[in-house]
Design a protein. Sequence first.
Length: 677
Amino acid sequence: MPVAIARSIIGTMTYLAPAGPLKDEESCQALELAFSDCVASSQIHLVLDLEQVSLMSGRALEIILDTNSRLAHSGGSLKYVNPVALVKDILIVSGLGDQSALNSAGFGELFSVGEDFSAFLPVRLGEILMEMGVVTEAQLENAASQQSRTNKRMGNILVEQGIISDSNLLAALSRQLRIPYIALRAGLYESAATNLIPREVARRLEVLPMFKVHGTLTLATADPLSIPALDELQDISECKLRLVLQTRAEILKHQGDAYSGNEFSPEMAENMATDIELVEQAQEDFARIDEMAGGSPVINLVNGLIQRAVRDGVSDIHIESGRTHSSVRFRIDGLLYKVLSTRADLHPAIVSRLKIMANLDIAERRLPQDGRMQVMTQSRTVDLRFSSLPGIYGEKVVLRVLDKNQSILDVDKLGMSTPNLALLKKLLGRSHGLILVTGPTGSGKTTTLYASVNQLKSIEKNIVTIEDPVEYQLDIINQNQVNEAIGLSFAKMLKHVLRQDPDIIMVGEIRDRETAEIAVQAALTGHLVLSTLHTNDAVGALSRMMDMGVEPYLLSSALAGVVAQRLVRGVCPACKTTYLPPPELVEKYHWPERARLTRGRGCSSCYDSGYRGRLGIHEIIESSEGLQRLMVKNPNKDELKAFMAAEGYPTMFDDGIERVLGGRTTIEEVSRVIHSA
């Protein structure tokens, strides 16, 4: 019966998982058909999950090689994941796997087809043996002296003297010649290869044919430098040769099995022990971790967490390791809630699984890593931004969930009050000037910025953005991402953007004096510039710009307006209830005597918090002649606040109180966010 091959799609990657050995012709045809179906469906980034594949034939290797060439021609790729020990060695000896990557990464690592098996540079054999610690410099000098008299090879002299073993010599030759040195065992050779070399020839030349992949024959030899023997074998087999190193004794021992006609069955492979148990176990058993990362329980756990996070509108997933257990917390509406606790030994496997999904190095656990992945769940595509940070009990991972279906790209849907929305649209209607959106991290600045740019986009305008990173892709807008690693900063990119004849420029964030000065100059020269700052209120943005070194007279001329905002949690509609506020609150905030407020009792849909979803509260300052005159004098923050109060500008707290009276949120929530009472 041919093996069943499961197919799943995660982001741009298509996973194929054969459920059995790829040995007979029917199973190979099933694999070839699965590959062809993927290519026909334009699925050109494939991952072959080999967890349940106990054995592979040369025919299966040919199919994999052909598919890789076909995908590479189309700009795609083919990678493997989770090979068992025997299959891993089959890939190495046939040249389809990178030995150094396999050995260092362990199970679960993704590795590409057709890579060089080693990165070792060719050096002298004696230097390699000294580096291995099996010979001394004096022994090498003595062997070199004998070599000049006898004309024998250095390695053979050292073996004859008993200084090194055959295994030491082959390990050194493997590094020097970049030829794999693999332990022979049943399953690493098949009749399709042994039939090419007569038994008598193989015994005489002390070689073992292993696999034939198209016109290349892989065979084990103890003497890779015997050119006459290799030429003879090439003529007999009519194939190119790919060599694998092994001792003469091992080769002769396995020749009997290889030429006996008894095929190695998949059942034998499945019953072979491939795992070992460490006697003195280190703090972390990395091989066990990587094996667990490829196991279906861990995969199901990670997939379930992501699905639940998307369903519940989670913005961040925190996966943290402690001394005795690992915990998962969801950030919902700005606050963290614990949703899961697992065994501590499961934590590294969960992290490894996420790294595989983000195409990161699972072997690197000492340095922070950043990546991203894209998943399809609940009929929509969700981007996840991965960040890991090593800690004393293991790596902490934070996944930022970017659900495009939940994004707000319409200023009319930002939830602004009617006066604030009208004022924002007035600012966006200007032909030039600087508009700043300010607030602490997580206050919704980027959402407001994207909605504003989306409001402004037009085929008649050249809109250019500079972002770090680009979170949402917008049509007919030129979006660019900074890259500090190569020196492409906000300031440098902004200089070049000004040469692109822009009408509107969006700068993701003003972080330094140079960026601030260029943004102000751009606003003064006829461009509408939108950007963000990290300050607590609107007047704080003006003070921060002047503190950065922007001349007050330039800022006063360039500024169009400032939008400051916070996000407050809304009352849960499922458990919403009304109540009469205490008299002291009515008196304090001058509410009507019969005012009725709302709050949530707490239910399963809001994690018993009484809140569900968030809404923005804002304060907007429009540049006026009075403000310009004040800014020229380089005022401090207190003077700016006094001016705003005198002019009657409503504050964020005032906007929040209006939302409380409207039944959208609670006075406790507004006070918590604004830090005012």
